[in-house]
Write a protein that binds this ligand. Sequence first.
Ligand SMILES: *Cc1c(COP(=O)(O)O)cnc(C)c1O
Length: 429
Amino acid sequence: MNQNQNPYAALHISERAQEFVHKTEMELASVFARIEAIEYQNEAKVLHALQQERIALHHFAPTTGYGYDDIGRDALDRVFAHALDAEDALVRPQFTSGTHAIFTALSGLLEPGDTMLSATGRPYDTLEKAIGISGEEYGSLRRMGVQYEEVPLTAEGKIDTDSVVAALLRTDAAVVYFQRSRGYAWRNALLPETDFASAFEAVHKAKPSCTIVVDNCYGEFTRPAEPTAFGADVEIGSLIKNPGGGIAPTGGYIAGTHACVGRIAQRLTVPGMGREVGSYAGSYAPFYEGLFLAPHTTAQSLKTAVLFARAFESCGMETLPPSGAERSDIVQSLRFETAEALIAFCRSIQAASPVDSFVMPEPWDMPGYTSQVIMAAGAFVQGSSIELSADGPIKKPYTAYVQGGLTYAHGRLGVMLALDALWKLSTGG
Ligand SMILES: *Cc1c(COP(=O)(O)O)cnc(C)c1O
């Protein structure tokens, strides 16, 4: 057979890996069905959101200058709010990242003298300097006079609700902050309908006036409802993750109650101008289309994560979450025996990419990290992690975090290439 007749061979995928993946996915039918059932519910919700706002061609038109009466911008806010179970939202291409959107929300909600209490331990790495937990950066929340406290998760990775309530009553915190996804920790993502619902209830009961803020990155559309459906006042995420559907070229969102989103809008631009200004000379079309695709894209990356988990479990490796678990984020953690195996794995993901597949990732000293880090990303949108990507710090225990996959058809090729790379390593071939 020539290469055109056997595209797997052209990609240097062995027959052994093809058969292994085929056998593995046969075992996953019920897990996949569960993921698809959530996708169907979320797609119905997104479709209703688009139809209710009567989205039409004129919403996609670019705008310039101040952006007064930008109907594309304003309708996009309402569509996202509906799709994410919130009263209101700010969806902006001008958010440079999820971190920027989270920092904007916190800056809008906290005033000098206030305390921010993290209920899920240390926040995501990029927020440490922004909050002022580490570093002395100008403009950090700490330098603006905001106090910070945190309550770690329990040893099982759950919210320690009693300790959170005790800390809330002691500090009289204005904001209680929760991170849904695992970040770079060996823990599970928190489920909105169980973990969050009970903690939110306890927090609001202890101090009704406090604001519950959720870092919702990587969680959107993995469950039938978002944290705001269970009492969160504000949830925030990145558009180059789940809710951008792989189509949004950049940006972030902040969704929540009218009162909270209104406050944050003042900080978003200028107090007194708020959300009335802000144009976008590109078209909003990719943001609408991205949201339309997001439930599907998220399901594709969940199925890819499950396949990685099951394939590596079958090889005797440790995975989190395990393949059959309920998921609340798209991230799959995999543990390797050696640094060599972790590096080979990340290189195989790079080699599986549609873009920059010829690049060989190397461990490097990334600013802000205590050990070297290796990253695999060959994405159409720079840094997009709803596209298949992986990374891991080069330190024990050697853990890779793999996420994304615009299509399951692509994700399974990544699993095959990863299996071949690891088998090659173990036979010294
Ligand atoms: C991705 C992510 C963020 C934000 O990261 P950006 O790279 O700034 O978009 C924040 N928290 C968590 C848990 C994340 O996964």
